[in-house]
Design a protein around this ligand. Sequence first.
Ligand code: ZN
Length: 114
Amino acid sequence: MIKKNYDGINYNHTIGAALLTKSGKIYVGVNVYSLNGICSEQTCLSCAITKGERDFLTIVAINGKNGEVISPCGNCRQMLIDYMPLGDVIININNELIKIKVKDLIPYAYHASY
Ligand SMILES: [Zn+2]
């Protein structure tokens, strides 16, 4: 997915994400560079929501340059809290992949249901 969206000139999408939904489907996305570009996590979540998905289980993002799992940025963490606070995210801690609850990414985060 990342290679298909990277030419080093006009399409420099270097991060990909995959989102597993409760329905068993996996939605993928790449980051989109712009002044106010969006991250790959936001892309795949947006695709899933567009298709009517509402229950999200697990999300993971990969750096296409080295294949490493990366953690969501602060903006994505807030978005994930908003849409899947009880879902899981896979992150890389000292070269060990762990799965933690999204709500644990931002302690004391703002969320209407809290
Ligand atoms: Zn992000």
